[in-house]
Every structure is written in C-alpha cells, then in structure tokens.
Design a protein around this ligand. Structure first.
Ligand SMILES: [Mg+2]
Length: 215
C-alpha cells in the first residue's frame, strides 16, 4: 500500500502568498497544479491531506480552486485542529498524532508499504520521521518505507508552483526507491536552476541518496 500525505498550507495551497498579498489572480494556475499533484498521487494509492488548519479554511480555499472542488470526495482530509487533539500537546506533535493513525493501514504481508509525505514545516518532517522510527521498531515492517520531502517553508507563489512541478516530475522515481527518503528542497535549488536541470539534479540526489537539509 502506498499512502501519500500532503500538508495543505504552503504545500499545496499558497497560503502565505494569499494572506500577505491578497493576490488571487493566479488561482487558476494553482488549481491546475494542485489537481495534477493529487492525480499523480492517486494513481499509486490513497491520498491524505493532513493539516493543522481548520476544515472551514480548507473549504473556503476550494471555492477559489475550480479544479479542486470535489477534492474532499477524493482524498482523506484530516484537520488536527478539528480533531480536537489534546491542546496541552505542543502544536508540532499534532501532525505526529495524525500520522500515527496511518500505521494500522499497513499490512505486514504487503511488500510495498510506503508513506510518501510532502510538507513545508519542520513539524511535518518531524511527524514523518517519528512514524518511520515507530515502524522500524515493529516486527514485520522492515519493508515499510517512509519518504518525506520537506518543501521551502512559507514559500512565495512562484516557488510553490515550481515545487509542485518538481513533485510531479519526481513522483514515479520516488515510488521506485526501496528505502526511506528524507530530502529537503533548498530555496536556491528551486529558484535558480532551469527546469530540466533542476529535475535532473533532484533525480541524481535521490539516486545517490544524498539528502540535503535547510535546518
Ligand atoms: Mg504548511
């Protein structure tokens, strides 16, 4: 089983850009881009959107994204806020609790178990790594791989679109890798390289198992 997890704000949705500029003129472009990311992930299995935002906000966004109107019927949406996770628990652990819910879906008999996760915040990555550690500690889950791609935090609109293009271009490659992946997109890589060069660069990073981090 392959489960793909997308964060919503500043991963799929250009939240910071919209909130700081009020600019919605590129929503059609963004809408198509999000649609394509979901479609590629859906070809491989179940898609989750796990967010620390509210469902109300998610629904409001969908009103402005014409290609994504039916997204709630196609993905499993989990809002950590709406799930009323213990408010004494630090915000960064809410995602972890949500990610943990994915573990029972994996069968030990399945030889191709994967969580492929994309998120822009450090707590997105931390949640994926926590779940990876839990799975590695369980008998029979040795072949379950957790692949996390950390995106640029609170990226501008242009970078969000570029990152989503990269996600689509490397997705099949990512699925084929038979080990855990922990890769961070760097601002300069995403912004400066020409498209073809950028994709080849990232494919090489994945192939060579060179993991880069912003932190
Ligand atoms: Mg985010």
């Amino acid at each position: 089983m392959i489960i793909t997890v997308f964060d919503w704000d500043d991963t799929l949705m250009a939240t910071t850009h919209v909130q700081t500029t009020g600019d919605t003129s590129y929503f059609n472009l963004l809408s198509e881009s999000i649609r394509s990311c979901i479609d590629i992930a859906k070809k491989h299995g179940q898609v989750y959107i796990i967010t620390n935002g509210q469902k109300e906000w998610f629904n409001l966004c969908l009103n402005f994204l014409p290609d994504c109107k039916d997204l709630l019927d196609e993905v499993i949406f989990i809002s950590t806020v709406d799930n009323k996770f213990d408010y004494k628990t630090p915000l960064k652990e809410w995602k972890y609790k949500a990610f943990k819910r994915l573990i029972p879906f994996f069968s030990k008999r399945d030889k191709n178990n994967q969580i492929i996760a994309f998120g822009d915040a450090a707590h997105d990555r931390a949640a994926a790594l926590h779940v990876k550690d839990i799975l590695k500690g369980k008998v029979g889950y040795l072949n379950t791989f957790v692949k996390h791609i950390k995106l640029i935090e609170s990226a501008d609109f242009d970078s969000i679109l570029k990152q989503q293009k990269i996600i689509r271009d490397i997705f099949y490659h990512l699925v084929d890798i038979k080990e855990d992946v922990d890769l961070s997109f760097q601002v300069e890589v995403v912004r400066s390289l020409e498209q073809g060069e950028r994709i080849n660069h990232l494919k090489n990073l994945l192939k060579e198992k060179v993991f880069i981090h912003n932190e």
